[in-house]
Design a protein around this ligand. Structure first.
Ligand code: CUA
Length: 315
């Protein structure tokens, strides 16, 4: 290769290197610009481990709002098919909020409408996000990653309230409209309806009618089950351990997965079972927290609960 030819190639190589260097620089400037002026957030990875280990951290065994300093809040949220737990988060306007999010089952996308808060929520990872809500309002939280048949019902809320109101709410213990600790405060019926609305209604419908072929109806069916021999224990187990496999309800076949709800307090599980049984059937003897506690620690798998169901349903 003669020298002139070599120089010609080297010249073009330098041009290409310069051009790609310039593009890289441009991208960095654009990112820096959006971070500085648009208030964009980069979610941080704040932890990694098996999903079970993460969910056993104090942050996630009782997710919700915690005060960690003057005007500083820590909010933990668990995404699971097809709810955000807790469903509603209430924070005072102007406070610094640090969100910690993880998923129980599959990947979900946590997006707060009309804000730039948008983060992927991944099982086995904790995403961290800091923000300050400058305006009072009620923000809807949606799931923007397809996670299953109830994906579009996976809705949550962030209520940004004046600081004075928030302080008042907190004083009466209602900063988080959480899924536990309510049973003793409200009447059991109110607690049951509340637990149902935030955890069950997304799939089984607000009145327990279900969706034919996708989510079995509870209205009427739960009452039938409760009346059967071993039916009450089965209902408790289906909440504690979930249910997987093919079932037939009112002649319609369902082949889905019911997630476990063991994270709910015993009293809340009892209350929501009362609610569910009462949706269509005659009033039964109320479920008790003790009845739920007795089923804990059995370590059943969702498939075991299916076997249990078959034993209960078949005479
Ligand atoms: Cu969760 Cu889509």
């Amino acid at each position: 290769m003669d020298d002139r030819h070599h120089h010609e190639i080297a010249k073009w190589e330098r041009r290409w290197i310069a051009a790609s260097g310039l593009m890289t620089l441009m991208f960095v400037i654009l990112i820096a610009y959006s971070l500085a002026t648009e208030g964009a957030h980069i979610a941080q990875l704040a932890g990694r481990g098996s999903p079970q280990t993460l969910l056993q951290q104090p942050l996630f065994t009782d997710p919700g709002v915690r005060v960690v300093g003057p005007n500083q809040l820590q909010v933990s949220i668990v995404g699971q098919a097809f709810v955000w737990v807790p469903e509603t988060i209430r924070v005072p306007v102007g406070s610094q909020v640090e969100f910690y999010l993880t998923a129980r089952d599959v990947i979900h996308g946590w997006q707060v409408e009309n804000t730039n808060l948008n983060v992927e929520v991944i099982p086995g990872e904790v995403s961290r996000l800091r923000t300050t809500f400058d305006r009072v309002g009620r923000y809807r939280v949606t799931c923007n990653e397809y996670c299953g048949i109830g994906h579009q019902n996976m809705i949550g809320w962030i209520e940004v309230v004046p600081a004075s109101q928030w302080a008042l709410d907190t004083a009466v213990g209602d900063a988080t409209v959480a899924t536990d600790a309510g049973a003793a405060v409200d009447g059991a019926a109110v607690a049951g309806a509340r637990v149902y609305a935030s955890n069950c209604a997304a799939c089984h419908g607000p009145a327990g009618a279900g969706i034919a072929g996708a989510f079995p109806p509870l209205a009427g069916h739960a009452a039938e089950l409760a009346a059967l021999d071993g039916g009450r224990a089965y209902l408790v187990d289906s909440l504690l351990y979930g249910l997987m496999g093919q079932i037939v309800v009112n002649g319609v076949t369902y082949n889905g997965v019911m997630p476990a709800w063991a994270q709910l307090a015993d009293g809340d599980i009892a209350a929501v079972l009362d609610h569910v049984v009462g949706l269509g059937g005659p009033a039964a003897a109320p479920f008790t927290a003790g009845e739920v506690a007795a089923e804990r620690g059995k370590g059943l798998a969702p498939a075991d609960v299916l076997t249990l169901r078959q034993r209960v349903v078949a005479p």
